[in-house]
Design a protein around this ligand. Structure first.
Ligand code: URA
Length: 233
């Protein structure tokens, strides 16, 4: 259970003072009744409405975004637009950050949450969560490249874990790659080792979750209960 002013402040991304004002001005109801005290305790199961808007009271949220090109995976872009900036106003709340990074020019699945412990767990290098990508390449891949990916290639000092590489078109320039690590520019560097440049890169799945095909680039939605259960198991 949380104090009402604290809950409003975090879920609406406003100050505690502004939250108290809303309550004082009788703009907030809990389960249909106007509440006038800031220290009223409420939680996940309560229906909180502020300024006629239903508030998502969940302690933590998990959001799937289809990231477009040109935005960065960070909470503070220092001039660049971030995935957090792209969230619709009613999804914004304090403490949201992208769990993991895609390059600025990579598109696709980004998971955004305010659950630090969960993010730490899925990002842990020990977890080896599989991530699938599709890529468009400037040259075709051949059996040698596929074998090197599957063997666990050396990249500089690093010996990578085995990855999977499958071609998706006849001329072998569209591919699916599955990796279970998250080394800086990993996929681009893996191809570059074979003289191949990645022209387009899109993440299509993260562990057991697949990017929702109905999400257009730049759009987001909360994970369903079923999806949340999957990533917590
Ligand atoms: N590998 C890359 O090279 N870039 C990404 O954004 C993700 C994986």
């Amino acid at each position: 259970m949380e104090r009402l002013d604290k809950l409003l402040s975090s879920r609406l991304n406003i100050t505690r003072k502004q939250a108290k004002e809303l309550i004082k001005n009788e703009k907030v109801s809990v389960n249909g009744k106007t509440v006038k005290s800031a220290d009223f305790k409420c939680g996940d199961d309560d229906e909180v409405v502020a300024d006629s808007k239903r508030i998502n009271t969940s302690r933590f949220v998990y959001i799937m975004m289809n990231k477009p090109k040109g935005v960065i995976c960070a909470s503070d872009g220092k001039g660049d637009k971030t995935v957090i900036d792209l969230l619709p106003e009613d999804m914004k709340r304090k403490g949201l950050f992208p769990a993991g990074r895609l390059d600025k020019d990579t598109t696709g699945f980004v998971l955004i949450t305010d659950d630090g412990e969960f993010a730490h767990n899925i990002l842990s290098p020990k977890k080896h969560i599989e991530k699938a990508y599709t890529a468009l390449l400037d040259k075709p891949v051949n059996e040698n490249v596929i074998k090197d990916f599957e063997a666990g290639m050396s990249l500089g000092e690093e010996k990578l874990l085995p990855a999977r590489l499958k071609t998706l078109n006849e001329n072998n320039t569209e591919v699916e790659i599955i990796i279970s690590q998250g080394i800086y520019h990993q996929i681009k560097r893996m191809f570059l080792k074979h003289g191949i440049t990645v022209l387009e890169l899109k993440r299509t799945s993260l562990g057991s979750l697949t990017l929702d095909k109905n999400l257009k680039e730049g759009e987001s939605r909360y994970l369903t209960e079923e999806e949340s259960a999957k990533i917590h198991s």
